[in-house]
Design a protein around this ligand. Structure first.
Ligand code: HEM
Length: 424
């Protein structure tokens, strides 16, 4: 079985392009090889076949998890995410975790978080004057939000948690560390990237276990997601172990923090270049606000792929792909292909306001799809709406006229200058 065509450059070069110029790399692969195309990077041990047309994306999302698990694609996160992490599980175990985690993200429960998110967003945006790096500010804000909502962190606990998380994430966000870890995943002592990472994880766990002990001693003291998770009981009536809870919290943190921060940074990067869209946002129409959120997630999706590892050969949109290969719905291409989106490179919220033809749902996939679709998507969209609503009163201008390009920071694509803007 031949794999679909793809670049013949050595994996190390493809890895560098994938990390440093992800947009240009994916655009180039699509222009040269079409859909599907096969890439080889150190991101995964196996070659990866990228699919981006609506039919093939739907087929990838419908693959039976028993033959196309997603958990193994996140294997490199195991040392931080932990063995019980929803990110790494598949099959029944995965669905059980999803049921536990999905509850707090939906309906009334989720809406109840909105005023708190709006309050934190207003406090942050009130400080914006002059030169602002939106990415940095949004990392701070979304971390604060997630610590309050997920961990139920109180004022006196915030600083220690923040420091521990920053230390851990800092060891994997930088490009040289990430490259070094992708190539040599071995502990070569406390000064090696892997060694530093392991030590940061241990410190982080220490802080988290202390927090868990405090919450177990005073259950039901808040309405955080941790409070909901603490109420779980297994079939024998036993509460979850500290390890299990720790892994659930880290999944929400890893799943939620960087993605939301990067998505908001891109929304600001785009908005700063469109005073007319800022003016319309100021009018306060909720449908327009929602359209701005949808359009910025489309034009700058922060996760580029939703990967699955094939355990058996499968046919996807007429192509047989052998076992042992990664297949991925290519989020970035699906959201950006010129043939799928009229004027794909233009930031046009209007396309979400009743235009014909309506956008194809299998092309708007910033949150992935199928049984692995982002568990926090409703929360993430609410968070973006609240932050952009709070920012509507500001006049934003880009620090430099040319658009910022994408670079990889850990798992997500971020604006390479950090969404540098002038405010006021
Ligand atoms: C704009 C922000 C966000 C984006 C773009 C995003 C995107 C994604 C994507 C693409 C996936 C993988 C889907 C797949 O493989 O098909 C995912 C999974 C996940 N996300 Fe998000 N996410 C965001 C925010 C959040 C937030 C705020 C949370 C939680 C607080 C969260 C929690 C998760 C979890 C737990 C998973 C794993 C789901 C599973 O494996 O079943 N995400 N996210």
């Amino acid at each position: 079985m031949d794999l679909p065509p793809g670049p013949s450059a050595p994996a190390i070069w493809q890895t560098i392009a994938w990390m440093t110029r992800p947009g240009a790399f994916l655009r180039g692969v699509h222009a040269r090889f079409g859909d599907p195309a096969t890439i080889r990077t150190y991101w995964t041990e196996e070659p990866m076949v990228l699919f981006s047309s609506p039919d093939s994306v739907r087929a990838v999302f419908r693959l039976d998890p028993a033959i196309a698990p997603a958990g193994q694609s996140w294997e490199f996160l195991r040392p931080f995410a932990g063995a019980h992490s929803i990110l790494l599980l598949d099959g029944e175990e995965h669905l059980r975790e999803r049921r536990v985690m999905a509850g707090p993200f939906h309906g009334e429960r989720m809406r109840a978080f909105a005023p708190m998110v709006a309050g934190l967003a207003r406090a942050e945006l009130a400080t914006w004057r002059g030169r602002v790096l939106a990415l940095e500010r949004m990392r701070e804000l979304t971390l604060q939000i997630i610590l309050r909502v997920v961990f139920g962190a109180r004022d006196d606990e915030l600083a220690a948690l923040r420091r521990a998380i920053d230390d851990t994430l800092a060891t994997v966000r930088s490009l040289p560390s990430l490259l070094a870890m992708a190539v040599v995943r071995r502990d070569l002592g406390p000064r090696s990237p892997w060694g530093r990472f392991r030590m940061a994880v241990e410190r982080f766990d220490g802080v988290l276990f202390e927090l868990l002990a405090r919450r177990r001693a005073h259950p039901g003291a808040d309405d955080s997601m941790l409070a909901v998770l603490l109420e779980q009981r297994d079939e024998y009536g036993n509460p979850p172990s500290d390890r299990h809870l720790r892994d659930e919290l880290v999944a929400l943190l890893v799943g939620g923090h960087d993605e939301s921060a990067a998505s908001l940074a891109w929304a600001f990067e785009r908005l700063a270049r469109y005073p007319e869209i800022q003016a319309r946002l100021r009018e306060g129409d909720p449908a327009y606000l929602d359209a701005v959120v949808k359009e910025s997630l489309r034009i700058r999706p922060v996760l580029t792929i939703a990967p699955r590892l094939l355990l058996e050969p499968v046919q996807i949109a007429g192509h047989w792909i052998p076992a042992g290969i990664q297949v991925a719905a290519c989020i970035w291409l699906a959201c950006r292909r010129e043939d799928l989106w009229p004027s794909a490179n233009h930031f046009r919220p209007e396309r979400w306001l009743g235009e014909q033809p309506a956008p194809n749902p299998m092309s708007w996939i910033p949150f992935g799809g199928g049984v692995r679709r982002c568990a926090g998507a409703p929360f993430a969209e609410m968070e973006m709406r609240e932050v952009l609503r709070a920012a509507a009163g500001l006049a934003l201008r880009p620090a430099r006229a040319e658009a910022e390009r994408a670079r990889r920071s850990m798992l997500v694509l971020v604006p390479h200058r950090g969404a540098k803007m002038l405010v006021g």
